[in-house]
Design a binder for this molecule. Sequence first.
Ligand code: C2E
Ligand code: MG
Ligand code: MG
Ligand code: MG
Length: 280
Amino acid sequence: RAKLQQRTGYLHFSRSMGIDIRERVNMMHALRAAFEERHLFVVYQPQIDMVTRLPVGAEALLRWQTEDKTMISPSRFIPIAEYSGLIIELGEWVLRQACQELVRIQRHGFPNFMMSVNVSQVQFRHPHFLSMLRKALEDTNAPPHCIELEITESMAMEEPDALIKLLDQITETGVSIAIDDFGTGFSSLSHLQKLSVDRLKIDRAFVMEITDSSRGSSIAEMIIQLGRNLELDIIAEGVEDERQAKILTELGCPYGQGYLFSKPLTSDALHDWLRTHKTT
Ligand code: C2E
Ligand code: MG
Ligand code: MG
Ligand code: MG
């Protein structure tokens, strides 16, 4: 009986795995084809100064539109790109696109504009990550001090020594580092202090719960306080309404990003949007 159970268990396991793998392989091929056929593109979501409501930067976000115009979410295809290794090429391409876009924006009257780019842990662990970064900056003439790389809190938790060194090396290039989706992981204060990180990005989940009046001090408030204590900059993501913006501003959160200000925009749409949001 034990043997039979083992066998059926094995069969069940391998069958479901087979479907999963086949799906993943199909998507892998489709993603590579989409990349080669230029069906992938980058959109940019403005980041604003919470007090003046003026744009200070943008986050580059990857998009995949299939031939029948279906949009596939990066939350679905980034893991596939990581799994297949395509993320190495794809991530470099996004970075270069974002650098070029930054140069254009800065030339059009926003000399201090910042560009944030998401970096996958697979890219980050790649031995040539640093040289890839340096080369991309050099080739595009993007000012390093206006580029920010977003890593997730789980990435900031790994292999302390190697990570500390890599973050220091990135900082030496002039590029700054933000921890994305902050508050969802478990990084300790003492660990955070050791890392050359410049900014914490409050996860959307904590922006959403900020208006629950039943609670005492919110997680968002604690993160803003943590930023103050560690001298880290703060940005809130997923700001969707005025009440959230008002509370965040009162708590001293200097920057925000979310549908309230703007959805992610194509390059052309971003330039139009910026024209109507000029300082002078
Ligand atoms: P993320 O980096 O945390 O990006 C923020 C996500 O929140 C984006 O989803 C954005 O469109 C969405 N968002 C912004 N404001 C609001 C809002 O007010 N309300 C709501 N409900 N959502 C908002 P998106 O573009 O679907 O990206 C999902 C995730 O995929 C990103 O989360 C990031 O982890 C990953 N991703 C996207 N582009 C890239 C990329 O080029 N490279 C890598 N490695 N990951 C990427
Ligand atoms: Mg991000
Ligand atoms: Mg985020
Ligand atoms: Mg998030």
